[in-house]
Design a protein around this ligand. Structure first.
Ligand SMILES: [Mg+2]
Length: 154
């Protein structure tokens, strides 16, 4: 759980778009402290999984989708974890009946510029497609009851 106020470290500047891809290729980025804002975010993953599933408090009521963030498996560092985003994401409806890719154009750009090779991009998309297959079979790789989760009072 990233509770409001949790100290994280993110690259400076925009977190999406061609600008970000160019920053990564050039190696011109640094991590900066960033406090996580309200309402916080529940991030579900398992060791070795190349994705996280993000749940937002109240998502079941307001239709906010499950956000499946494709990324490197979490790696422990110091007092926390680190990962690298894979740009392509999946949005899955709270009731698990529909899904869509997110940020495909950015993912394409990453391939055009050589950030991801064709084979690497295929690996990344395959992880997403495995999740889609599981969701469509009614067996998402996470517990859907997290949709009704609410953070503890602080
Ligand atoms: Mg992402």
């Amino acid at each position: 759980m990233l509770a409001p106020g949790t100290l994280t470290r993110y690259p400076s500047g925009p977190q999406h778009g061609e600008h970000t891809v160019r920053q990564w290729i050039a190696g011109e980025w640094e991590l900066h402290d960033r406090q996580w804002g309200p309402p916080g975010k529940l991030r579900l993953t398992r060791p070795g999984d190349a994705f996280e599933v993000w749940a937002t408090p109240g998502m079941h009521e307001d239709g906010t989708p499950w956000y499946v963030n494709l990324q490197d498996p979490l790696r422990r560092v110091g007092v926390g974890f680190t990962t690298i985003d894979h740009l392509l994401d999946l949005l899955v409806s709270p009731d698990l009946h529909t899904w869509e890719w997110k940020d495909e154009a950015e993912f394409e750009f990453a391939q055009e510029t050589g950030l991801f090779s064709t084979s690497r991009a295929a690996q990344i998309r395959a992880v997403g497609l495995e999740i889609v297959t599981a969701v469509e079979a009614g067996q998402p790789p996470w517990d859907p009851s997290w949709a009704t989760w609410t953070p503890p009072e602080s």
